[in-house]
Design a protein around this ligand. Structure first.
Ligand code: SF4
Ligand code: SF4
Length: 207
């Protein structure tokens, strides 16, 4: 999937996410927030200006979120995003209400919507993690011009080909047919077992 597909999946299939912001004491605070639309400009949601959530967004300009789709841990896909937010004001409210008609039950008329404002996550990076696949599937993406940062474990030329990493890998996602051996990143749990056991210190952790 491309970045835009992940953002639309979040809106269409997951919708309600848990969003983390940081308060004045530097402590994380979470809130359940619906992601209401996505396009080439980013990911859109709304909140009320009276909420502490609004203040934290305005002060920090960043957030992190996770949404889950599935029935239980082993039949579940998770999509996480962290990025920068910008307030857009009330101009997009009619569009978000049209696409999310249930909002009319919460804020039934124009007067009750006066405190609402729209935010966009305009730049960020994301991670897809699907535990329902065997082996598990992982993918990362960026949007809005964010720099792609490599995260995870990588094997360097210091590898001596002992295959100990493969023996401890819970997903068996290390290709041991050559040297250096190679981690299949799309199936890696980021558990670090390989890193801990490698006798040649040939594995580096990034991100
Ligand atoms: S444990 Fe280290 S040295 Fe051995 S195969 Fe794996 S990466 Fe190479
Ligand atoms: S981090 Fe864990 S899952 Fe990934 S290659 Fe190493 S042992 Fe396997």
């Amino acid at each position: 999937m491309e970045s835009k597909d992940y953002l639309s999946y979040l809106v269409r299939e997951i919708h309600t996410t848990v969003v983390a912001t940081v308060d004045d004491a530097g402590q994380p605070v979470t809130a359940a927030i619906d992601m209401m639309d996505a396009d080439e400009g980013g990911l859109y949601f709304l909140t009320a200006r009276g909420k502490g959530f609004y203040d934290r967004l305005k002060k920090r300009g960043t957030l992190a979120l996770t949404g889950l789709k599935g029935t239980d841990t082993m039949h579940c896909a998770a999509l996480s995003i962290r990025g920068k937010v910008r307030e857009l004001g009330g101009g997009l409210l009619p569009r978000l209400f049209e696409k999310n008609p249930y909002m009319n039950e919460i804020y039934p008329d124009e007067a009750s919507r006066s405190a609402l404002t729209v935010f966009v996550i305009y730049e960020g990076s994301g991670e897809w993690f699907d535990l329902s696949r065997k082996p598990i599937e992982r993918a990362s993406f960026t949007f809005g011009g964010a720099e792609k940062v490599q995260e995870g474990y990588f094997i360097t030329d210091a590898c001596i080909g002992c295959k100990l990493c493969y023996s401890k890998c819970p997903q068996k996602c290390i290709d041991i047919s050559g040297r250096p051996v190679v981690i299949q990143q799309q199936n890696c749990l980021h558990c670090g077992n390989c890193y801990e056991i490698c006798p040649a210190r040939a594995i580096v952790k990034r991100g």
